[in-house]
Ligand binder design. Structure first.
Ligand SMILES: C[S@@+](CC[C@H](N)C(=O)[O-])C[C@H]1O[C@@H](n2cnc3c(N)ncnc32)[C@H](O)[C@@H]1O
Length: 272
């Protein structure tokens, strides 16, 4: 693991530009510029079959922005642990949180060497707050918690953010147990912010897209889940209104355009 709080890249694993990777394909769908030709090729192949994917990516990021604004503002949360950060883009967690509360502290975690190489943009903290980047795997919760505790105070509430990452952990690797371990480490008053691609919205197309993506991508492959399976991640927590909804339906701001349908479920819940 690399713990970077100021200088990105350098010593991490080599970047394989010949194979597509979820962080870079996601960046392509978001309209970013940090991807290789192979990522664009796979991104285009998926978009041809499933043009809505880029709407999903944008709706997810907009949900992230509204959820973090709510948590840093109304809910009084000062600490964020954002696992599966993705490549820096507009409205990164620390930018949204620190715009509301300059003293907010954020730890980012991702296991993609390209994200590590771009992590400088994630480390531009306000002087009052702090940001850190951990090159670590979600499945290694002990390492994440030990290293994050250098920046976050785990005796105080933390917002645990898991957006469009848990589908990359198959049931055989116990994604529910991973979430429980992370939630066990944070005190009452902490929050879980979660978004997950849906297998039960436009089900046939999602199944075919998943099959094709898994054929082409590196990594463990995607396990899409339905609303009931995604709801289980919130077991034991108090779900905030409006509950588990599609990302564009979670507290849209007045006048915000809401996409008709986005193939993901999301929610925000509080630990009591
Ligand atoms: C689809 S992107 C989502 C990015 C961001 N959370 C968002 O919602 O825009 C998934 C991210 O999770 C990262 N990731 C995938 N599996 C991971 C793992 N086991 N541990 C840590 N990061 C992982 C990928 O590298 C990628 O950056």
């Amino acid at each position: 693991m690399t713990d970077s709080s100021s200088t990105p890249g350098g010593n991490g694993p080599a970047i394989d530009s010949s194979m597509p990777h979820s962080a870079r394909v996601w960046n392509y769908w978001l309209g970013g510029k940090d991807f290789y030709p192979v990522d664009r090729m796979v991104g285009d192949q998926v978009m041809q079959m499933f043009p809505d994917i880029s709407r999903l990516a944008r709706a997810d990021r907009a949900f992230l922005g509204r959820a973090v604004r709510f948590l840093a503002g109304e809910a009084g949360i000062r600490q964020f642990l954002d696992i599966g950060t993705g490549l820096p883009t507009a409205g990164n967690t620390h930018e949204v949180a620190q715009a509301a509360v300059p003293g907010a502290r954020i730890v980012y975690v991702d296991n993609d060497p390209v994200v590590l190489a771009h992590s400088r943009a994630l480390l531009a903290s306000t002087p009052e707050g702090a940001t850190a980047y951990l090159d670590a795997d979600l499945r290694d919760t002990s390492a994440i918690l030990a290293n994050a505790s250098r920046t976050l105070d785990f005796s105080q509430p933390v917002a645990l953010m898991l957006l469009i990452i848990l589908h990359l952990i198959p049931d055989s690797e116990d994604p529910y147990g991973i979430v429980v371990k992370l939630l066990d480490a944070v005190p009452a008053g902490s929050y879980l912010v979660l978004a997950h691609p849906a297998s039960d919205i436009r089900a046939a197309q999602m199944a075919e897209m998943t099959r094709r993506v898994n054929e082409r991508m590196t990594g463990p492959g995607a396990s899409m889940r339905d609303r009931a399976a995604i709801s289980r991640f919130f077991d034991g927590l108090d779900l905030l209104d409006p509950g588990i909804v599609q990302p564009q339906q979670w507290r849209p701001e007045p006048g915000e355009l809401t996409a008709p349908q986005v193939t993901a479920w999301c929610g925000v819940a509080r630990k009591s």
